[in-house]
Design a protein around this ligand. Structure first.
Ligand code: NDP
Length: 444
């Protein structure tokens, strides 16, 4: 049995009931096969893949807090410090009822390669909890965040592990977490990113993942003889990534016609009204039915269905495995020619393979959504030098990073005879840097 297959079997056997983690490992290992097999003896002797797939540290803890009725609630908190070969652990905190150790491990594993691709010195990590901020009062969210950090603060720090936002963790949650960290440690340091602008946050961080997704998509199109201008776009999600992807798509002359949340989706042939969407989602924290009620051109549909819209480009920006084989077939039949992931692993492996087999340009999230973590690293730099850069300065660095990411993965794919396979290109380019650093640092 080949080294790659042996490691995948071990991962499945040692980590039962963690399907998302298995899926992420399989996708990465499959694309690394050509690289590993070219150097199998050395990698095997060094147990490089065993060390890559096993997190350096996994922290699981109890998070007790009191709700508004005086009832004690107990959630589970997680932080997986996956790989610190190229820098301190960096990765978001997800607050969603679906969170479990397998989900956090899949996200942390992906984060290693994503962070490597940014070209910045950041290792991979991820955290979260099965707490659901939806429907909770501000006081309840604060009580949870304070309890979460009261345990986690022992393991994080500006030079060790720097968490950030993710699903369910926005500016409000980061603020409460930062306040509690400062109170417990007495340190005013860049330990969390996505902070508010009055206390160490970076301009353009809020916009970074969505904007970065569009910068990379535009470059991918350009390098394939296409222009994003005038194209129609389907976006899923209506959160941080989706909103700023829609905004930047419009600025680049494209027309996003959809968005969605966990209860339904909008088709708006006139193009999404991004200011209205921000009002509904960022300010009122309401459902998309409110968007439809305020916008005569919008059609609201219950449940799934965002991928049935006829568009040129699809940008999944909600959650993992939200675009399956059937969706891919519908999109291709409707003429889609490019897909770039804003969310982490939103496309199933079968759907990805279908897109690739049908000539659709496909960019995986670990490359196309890396703008968020890249700008978080820029926030860390600003915190270290106690300076704030202008919006334009951060945005221009972001744009350069995203364009470089695309060219690096494109070059890696070509080098290994996999021209146009951006999934393989991203995994290979991300892996090689981490593998070299791990090898140089010895058996640790
Ligand atoms: P938000 O919480 O701001 O928004 C998530 C959106 O997706 C919401 O509209 C939410 O709907 C919807 N959603 C979440 N879970 C589900 C589900 N199970 N089914 C259907 N819809 C769902 O999160 P972000 O925008 O920050 O994150 C979105 C994705 O992007 C995630 O995969 C995240 O890991 C990834 N990502 C985020 C980065 C960032 O900087 N924020 C950086 C890199 C990747 P509802 O409002 O109903 O909950």
């Amino acid at each position: 049995m080949s080294y790659v297959d042996e490691i995948y079997e071990q991962v499945v056997a040692k980590n039962p009931a963690q399907p998302e983690f298995h899926q992420a490992v399989k996708e990465v290992l499959e694309s690394l096969r050509v690289v590993i097999e070219a150097n199998e003896e050395n990698y095997k002797r060094d147990a490089l893949l065993e060390r890559l797939v096993n997190p350096e540290r996994q922290i699981v803890f109890r998070v007790p807090w009191v709700d508004d009725k005086g009832q004690v609630q107990v959630n589970t908190g997680y932080r997986v410090q996956y790989n610190s070969a190229i820098g301190p652990y960096k990765g978001g905190i997800r607050l969603h009822p679906s969170v479990n150790l397998g989900i956090i491990k899949f996200l942390g594993f992906e984060q290693i390669f994503k962070n490597s691709l940014t070209g910045l010195p950041i290792g991979g990590g991820k955290g979260g909890s099965d707490f659901d901020p939806k429907g909770k009062s501000d006081r309840e969210v604060m009580a949870f965040c304070q309890s979460f950090i009261t345990e986690l603060y022992k393991y994080i720090g500006a030079d060790t592990d720097v968490p950030a936002g993710d699903i369910g963790t926005g500016a409000r949650e980061i603020g409460y977490m930062y306040g509690q960290y400062k109170r417990l440690t007495g340190l005013y340091e860049g330990v969390l990113t996505g902070k508010g602008l009055t206390y160490g946050g970076s301009l353009a961080r809020k916009e970074a993942t969505g904007y970065g997704l569009l910068y990379l998509t535009a470059e991918m199109l350009k390098c394939n003889g296409q222009d994003i201008k005038g194209k129609t776009v389907a976006v899923s999600g209506a959160g941080n990534v989706a909103i700023y992807a829609i905004q930047k798509a419009q600025q680049l002359g494209a027309k996003p016609v959809t968005c969605s949340d966990s209860t339904g989706w909008i088709y708006d042939p006139e193009g999404i009204d991004v200011e209205l969407l921000k009002e509904v989602k960022e300010v009122k924290r309401a459902r998309l039915t409110e968007y439809a009620a305020a916008r005569p051109s919008a059609q609201y549909h219950e449940g799934k269905g965002v991928w049935t819209a006829k568009v040129d480009i699809a940008l999944p920006c909600a959650t993992q495995n939200e675009l399956n084989l059937e969706d891919a077939k519908t999109l291709v039949a409707n003429g889609v020619f490019a897909v770039a992931e804003g969310a982490n692993m939103p496309t199933t492996m079968e759907a990805t393979e279908y897109f690739q087999a049908n000539g659709v340009l496909f960019c995986p999230g670990k490359a196309s959504n890396a703008g968020g973590v890249a700008t978080s690293a820029l926030e860390m730099s600003q915190n270290s030098e106690r300076l704030s850069w202008t919006f334009e300065e951060v945005d221009s660095k972001l744009q350069t990073i995203m364009v470089n990411i695309f060219h690096n993965l494109d070059a890696a794919a070509k080098k290994y005879g996999l021209d146009g396979n951006y999934v393989a290109g991203a995994n290979i380019a991300g892996f090689l840097k981490v593998a070299e650093a791990m090898t140089a640092q010895g058996v640790v």
